[in-house]
Design a protein around this ligand. Sequence first.
Ligand code: 5GP
Ligand code: MN
Length: 338
Amino acid sequence: MPYMVQINQIKQLVESASKIVITSHKSPDGDSIGSSVALYLTLKALGKEVVICHPDPFPNYLAWVPNVNDIVDFETKENEVRQHLNDADLIFSLDYNEPSRLGESMGEVLRSATGKKVMIDHHLNPENYVNVMLSDTTSCSTCQLVYDVIEGANWIEHLSPEIGTAIYLGIMTDSGSFRFPSVQPRSHEIISRILPLGFNHAIIHENINDTNTLDRLRLKGYACSDKLVVDEKMRIAYIWLTLDELHSFNHQKGDTEGLVNTALSIFGMRVAVLFVEAEGGFVKISFRSKGKENPVNEMAGKYFQGGGHANASGGRFDGKIEDAIQLFLKVAPDYFIN
Ligand code: 5GP
Ligand code: MN
């Protein structure tokens, strides 16, 4: 088992902690929710006082995940989250690599909190603000690393169908249902260990991949038919959606999830981008690409205050959506023409 040094340190910190807080990044996804719930239930089974504090509420499409309603979020319960973070003697950072991924305010609360800090993550360039860093950028998901911790710390007797569900969810969603290059033999090995816990994996796939609201499906149809632009020369496809358009489809959090991958699926494309207006006068941007020769994270970092993986990054633009698109089209030739 790799990272045994860090796992033993984590085990010691957990054993001596009396109040533990688990945090994860803004705009929660299957891996951030899955890793949080899996670690939360494990620590509870160990008899620990533990709470999950996230920056914002979980999206409706993850409402079926065990114990998601136990999550306290900063957006709706700021004071409670501040209190938990200030009182904690151990704080986990799951599935993110720097405090700013919690949003500015919650990131500051984390930085100034005095408890010991542990990072378990798979994103590039982790910032070292923690006491123990378990960072593996080759791992397909944080859930895979959380399973490694549970196994390495000898906590497997505490595994349950609920913990299995949470780990399966994170590995499955971050690996695009086991199909991205990031999938390792270890990913499948973990799946083979958790399936016997006795949960229904087929329902997890159905909930994630085969469930839509009518509004979401129509939004997707509209985005692809009216708001998808293809640059054949640069082999770039992008979709842009304004707040008015989102409202007209009764937009719910998570409704645009996967849209950027749909744009990338057009034959011949090597880069896809999704620009979505957000409340508060900024634009949320998702970048996806194919192949090692087309990394998107560098551009996301340099021009869009973001970053991420080589083929899946995100960022933001403070200003009008048209200007975000203009900037992207201006700088894209520096990165993607050859
Ligand atoms: P998404 O497009 O799904 O929002 O994000 C894709 C990936 O990009 C995430 O898994 C994360 O690694 C990265 N990412 C998204 N937004 C940001 C951001 O604001 N900052 C950084 N550093 N990474 C981001
Ligand atoms: Mn992840």
